[in-house]
Ligand binder design. Sequence first.
Ligand code: NAD
Length: 242
Amino acid sequence: MMQKTLVLTGGSSGIGLAIAAKFEASGFHVFNLDIQPGAHGTFIECDVTDHDSVCNVVANIAHNHTIDVLICNAGKHMSANIESTSEADLLALFNLNVKGAFSATQSVLPSMKARGAGVILYIASEQALVAKTNSFAYNLSKHALASMAKTTALDYAKFNIRANALCPGTIETPLYHNAINRYCEQSGADKAAVHADEAASQPLGRIGQPEEVAAMAYFLASDEASFVTGSLQVMDGGYTAG
Ligand code: NAD
């Protein structure tokens, strides 16, 4: 059987790293578009906020490979309410979390359409469904990704291209640790206590692991999920159920 190809953004750390490892172990050729090298797949230095760079990289991959799956994962977190969000911070966050996914999606569609098959997955967040305090721009960006999944699913269903948003709750990654470190520096709170509170606020009593997100991503990309499109797949230990 021909080796399948995954184009993944932000595959060098956290959730992306676990996705790259899972797909690589399952026989995929993984292209990891990131700004720092990662341990799995073929690393291609690419800042996804640079539209032309994303287009060129994806066109080069599509020239030699059939792109079966695109996973838009690169993103960053920001803690601020609307008043404390500068215009520059808002634009920078949108450039990465939203426009990066737009550029990658736009670049893979021509080859997926020509082939009449493809899967696109956006790593959104539970914040695509619910609000959290001090999370104005991040929340907005994750709602935008949910929208991108739905509109892309509708517009490209006729080409047999599926698009979904995976919405993880709190997952233990460098992004998570940096976020609570910043919070503790600002508030003077104790890190172990914040970590324990965070775990206790999840109905399952713990935060999630990147490998759990990777397992769901692999399922959604597989033919096992062949009737799943335009959906927001929540995996949050029950957080949004309450
Ligand atoms: P992370 O910080 O561990 O990893 C992010 C990766 O993106 C890094 O490899 C980084 O180098 C890369 N990246 C950053 N800027 C980039 C750019 N301009 N171009 C290309 N790559 C770039 O973060 P994570 O926790 O693994 O988060 C991954 C995604 O999952 C993000 O979109 C995040 O919003 C989302 N998410 C995370 C959590 C969580 O609790 N960790 C929960 C829900 C959703």
